[in-house]
Every structure is written in C-alpha cells, then in structure tokens.
Ligand binder design. Structure first.
Ligand code: ADE
Length: 493
C-alpha cells in the first residue's frame, strides 16, 4: 500500500519510522511518503495560508497550494496496480499480436482529518486497508479551503473522506494522520507478527470491547489473576472472556450493546446482559430496562400487571375461580399498598422499558430476624440456610418473556438482598416455589442460579397444588445496591 502524508510539519510524522509501522516500511509492506506542503509554494515566505473570506478569527489554508501538491501526489500514486491477465492461447484462441494487459484503476482515497468529519472507526480502517493509495492532507489553522474537498470529491478517480478522530479539537491533522496510518497499517497483510491478535480485539466483528488481559506475576500489589485463566480449561476461559467483554461493553459503551446483533447472542450472553440491565426483545436489538424499588404510587399498576400475568403462569388444569380467588386474596391494589408500605418485610422491584411501561416486577418476602425460618414447615425443612428470603413473585409481560427482563429483575433482587442486613447478616439464600407443571419457569430459574431442593404444597383458591422448591445461594456471587433509576450493576450469576 502507498500512503502519502502532506503537512507543514513533516517531523511530526517521524514516529512512523518506529515500531511495527517503521518495520513495515523497511520490509517494503508499506510505501509511506511524508511531504512538506511548503515545497509547492512559490513565494519567498513559502506561504500556505491567508485570511478567511467573510471575516473571523484565524487563517485558512490556500486551495491553490493544496491543489498543486495533491495533483502531484495523486498522479504519482495513480500508476495502475500490477494485475496482469494474459488471455488463453490455444487452438480456439489464436495468439494475438500482443498480450492484452487489464489494468484496474488504483483506488485512491484522499483523507482530510478535521473535527467536522465523519467519525474514524475500526470499520473505516478495515475499508481503507483495501485501498491502493491513501493521501492524508493535514490541515492547520482554521482548516483547508472547502473547495479542495469539493474539487477532488467531484473527480471520479479519487474518493474524498473528511474524518474526525473524536469530539474534540486538535491543533492540526498530523496527530490524526499518525492515528489513521497506524490503524490502517497494522491491518495490512504481514504487518502484525501474529494476525490472531486481530480476531478478538475491541471494535472487531463481535461488536464488543476486548476482555481484560493478564500476565506474570500471578499476584501483584495484592491482586490475583482471575483463577479461571490459570485453569487450563479453554472452554471456561473463552466463556469468561466473553462475559467480561459483555460486562465491560455494557458499562462503558452502552451504545455498542444497543447495536449488537441479537442473532449473535446466546443464552449465556443474555444472562450476562441481564445482569447489566439489558434485555433482548423478540426480534429486536438489546434494550435497557430500568429496575427500581416500587413506590406507593405504583400499587394500582402493579396490581393490574399481577392480575394479568398471574393466570398465565398457572397450569391449565387450575380452575378460573381458584385463580381469581388467589388474585383477590393476595394481589389487589390494597395488597400492593401494604407490600409497598412495609419495606422491612417486602422488597418490591419494578422493571420499566425505555418508554416507561411497567413490564415486570418481583415481590420478595424478607426475613425480619437472622434465624426466622420460611413460613411453611415443609419449606423450612428444605431451605436450611439462614437468613432466607422468599422470592414470592416474578412476573413479566408476555411480550417480554424470554427477553431477559426476568433475569434483570432476578439479578437486581439478589443484588439488593445483599444490602438487606438483618441482625448483622445479609440473606444467605433466596428460595421460591414454582408450579411443577411450569417447565419454562423452572428452566429460567435454573439459568438464574436456582436449584431444585424438593417440593411443597401450595394453595391457589381451593386447589392444592404441588410446587417445586428452588434455592439460590446468595453468597456465591458479588452484588451491589439497586439504584433508584438504574439497573443493577452486580455480578451475573
Ligand atoms: N483536526 C483537528 N481536530 C481533529 C479531530 N478531532 N479529528 C481529526 N482531525 C482533527
């Protein structure tokens, strides 16, 4: 590849003699030429700028000087790429007088670094690495006369791209040229010693930031390398790295999470994203769900959601009147008033979609003392850890089922329990009863870290149902407080 940089400060680009780019130049993989723009001036002072038409501060770079320089540099780079094709010669193809040489026009790209350009990205670097010649025009002062980009943009043989490194202003295009040359050059075949380094790096095909990396010593400043990395278990290492990439991207670049292709996200990915407050709606890209503590004014909406979702979780054999009886006994607006008023006994968390719709909630019954057993004897015998909290309800609107909202709520519930200290101890276990027939719910609880410990009897109206009792060990993962307006920030399983 040929790269030409035009600048009034050629020495700025001396750094391109160093490291991998310098080696690529010496190895002949990159033909990089740095030119002093003033070489194209004709006056005694070698002037490249003048005052702006229309007034204003600063100076503008003259189009005539740039025009001469760019014409020359583009002309020397327009020598066709060496792609020669000789037609077959045989009985049906008598030899022509002279072999025909097909000469595809070289792809020449004029790059003008400017804070008002399109954002320079890895995808753009990958595209530019396929060009034959890049010409970087480094402006200074207030920039280059706008007719330069317009003139070359109108030419069919040159592509013009005005590019910005980011939303800040540099003194000129030289630093941007250094960045662009380095980002492009390392993608050229043969430049990186180990091309595998390109596969998983940040801003690559996965659309995620890269996972954290570690080397020797295994303990430094009291900090240990994560155990999984020394386990030798390649599958676990790969999963851990993917989890870290998802968590880091969710924390630092939510815009990248929102742009992830849902088809590239497996179940484990969705659980991790749920832990960061993201769900994946059916047929859509990841979206953020806001989890917060329920407030008194939520009672009516919660009762409405409960009355709508509770019947959907009941097995088909259950009589409608039994289901209705359960709702009137436990899930009316008045019941939610009571739950919301008694924060020591009940934890209510709500999940709202980005457009403010209540899409799910959890209701958890908290222990009031460290040794308080679960209220029913059959459960108390099965759930032995203390203090133990009961996840009494976790309901999500049908459109959001399977999207990860329930996961977001469960992680937020677990994270919030870690700070619900009773008698100096945070709850050690979260247990729940779920109808034996509801396999979908059981699978989703299993994914969220619950395991089956036995069965219990549970009354819905006049119907006595058999539930599975499942428990999640709350001491197993890290946890953090649930904020008023944001999703959980805790660990994920
Ligand atoms: N020149 C000045 N500021 C710049 C930026 N942010 N990106 C690219 N070129 C620039």
């Amino acid at each position: 590849m040929r790269i030409d940089v035009l600048t009034i400060f050629p020495a700025y680009l001396d750094a391109l003699d160093l490291s991998l780019v310098g080696k690529a130049r010496r190895d002949g993989l990159l033909d990089l030429r740095v030119h002093d723009l003033r070489a194209w001036t004709t006056d005694r002072h070698r002037t490249v700028d003048d005052t702006p038409f229309g007034g204003g501060a600063g100076m503008v770079m003259r189009p005539d000087i740039w025009g001469k320089a760019l014409d020359d540099v583009l002309a020397t780079g327009s020598v066709p790429a060496p792609a020669t094709e000789t037609p077959a010669v045989g009985l049906d193809h008598p030899a022509p007088a002279a072999a025909v040489t097909l000469t595809p026009a070289p792809r020449q790209v004029l790059l003008v670094p400017t804070p008002s350009g399109e954002r320079f990205t890895q995808a753009m670097a990958e595209d530019l690495a396929r060009a034959d010649q890049l010409v970087l025009a480094c402006g200074r002062y207030e920039g280059i006369d706008a007719r330069v980009a317009e003139h070359y943009g109108a030419s069919s043989s040159v592509e013009v791209r005005e590019v910005s490194l980011g939303d800040y202003v540099l003194n000129g295009g030289e630093v941007a040229a250094l960045v662009i040359v380095e980002a492009v050059a390392r993608l050229l075949p043969g430049v990186l010693g180990n091309p595998d380094s390109l596969v998983e790096e940040s801003h690559g095909a996965a659309g995620l930031l890269e996972y954290p990396v570690y080397t020797k010593p295994p303990v430094w400043a009291g900090l240990e390398v994560p155990e999984v990395l020394t386990s030798g278990h390649h599958g676990k290492v790969a999963r851990w790295r993917r989890d870290q990439a998802l968590v880091g991207t969710a924390r630092r670049r939510p815009d990248m999470v929102a742009a992830l292709d849902p088809h590239q996200l497996d179940r484990a990915d969705r659980v991790v994203l749920a832990g960061q407050g993201w769900f994946v709606p059916a047929g859509g890209r990841p979206a953020r769900v806001t989890v917060r503590h329920g407030r008194a004014e939520d009672a009516a909406a919660l009762a409405e959601l409960a009355a709508f979702t509770f019947p959907l979780a009941c097995p088909p054999h259950m009589a409608v009147q039994d289901i209705q009886a359960f709702i009137s006994e436990h899930l009316t607006s008045a019941h939610f008033d009571a739950y919301l008023a008694d924060a020591a006994r009940y934890q209510v968390l709500t999940a709202e979609s980005a457009d403010g719709v209540l899409v799910g909630y959890t209701l958890t019954v908290l222990p009031l003392s460290a040794d308080e057993p679960p209220y029913a004897d059959d459960v108390a015998a099965l759930v032995t850890a203390r203090p133990a909290a009961e996840l009494s309800k976790v309901y999500v609107l049908p459109d959001y089922q399977g999207s990860g909202v329930a996961g977001v709520l469960l992680e937020a519930t677990a994270a919030d329990l870690a700070v619900r200290v009773v008698d100096g101890v945070a709850p050690a276990a979260l247990w729940l009863g779920t109808n034996k027939a509801n396999r979908r719910a059981q699978r989703s609880y299993q994914r969220a870290g619950f395991t089956v410990v036995g069965t219990r009897r549970f009354r819905v109206g006049d119907s006595l149902e058999e539930d599975l009792v499942m428990v999640r060990d709350l001491r197993a993962g890290e946890a953090a407080e649930v904020g008023e307006t944001t999703g959980p920030t805790s660990g994920t399983r």
